[in-house]
Ligand binder design. Structure first.
Ligand code: FES
Length: 158
């Protein structure tokens, strides 16, 4: 027997009502139920970081988070990062400036993680950036450019 639960999720500042199986992950709720496909599914096992979003400003892996766990909290996805007028978030702009991607599949997760990494203050050196961005894998090998983008965005934010 399947059953559904009714959820109200605050995503990128807007309320969303949805009825889902209680086992639905936040990642599947975003992608399959709300058409917010900027958040990517890589491994679906908490290993790649492609699904990184923020809950109450802290980075989480949406594939390891139940949608129900996000109720009553503020969820931010890559779609919610740019300003309303389309102006890119400084981290998005830095990724463009440094060509910090190749295929782009990991990029939303990298950027969401980078925003949190900067906010957490883990950008004191390239090695610290690498350590605190290590949960986000890039199979194209753009890590050097990603570190450069995070470094520049962190310097801009200071
Ligand atoms: Fe969530 Fe890979 S899809 S960590």
């Amino acid at each position: 027997m399947t059953r559904t639960i009714n959820l109200r999720l605050d995503i990128n500042g807007a309320p969303h009502a949805l009825a889902v199986d209680p086992r639905v992950t936040l990642l599947d709720a975003l992608r399959e139920h709300l058409a917010l496909t900027g958040t990517k599914k890589g491994c679906d096992h908490g290993q790649c970081g492609a699904c990184t979003v923020h809950i109450d400003g802290r980075r989480v892996l949406a594939c390891l988070t139940l949608a129900a766990q996000a109720e009553g909290r503020q969820v931010t996805t890559i779609e919610g990062l740019a300003a309303a007028d389309g102006t890119l978030h400084p981290v998005q702009a830095a990724f463009l400036e440094h060509d910090a991607f190749q295929c782009g599949y990991c990029t939303p997760g990298q950027i969401m993680s980078a925003v949190a990494c900067i906010r957490e203050g883990h950008t004191g050196s390239d090695s610290e950036i690498r350590e605190y961005m290590s949960g986000n894998l890039c199979r194209c090998g753009a890590h050097n450019s990603i570190v450069a983008a995070v470094r520049e965005a962190a310097e801009t934010a200071r």
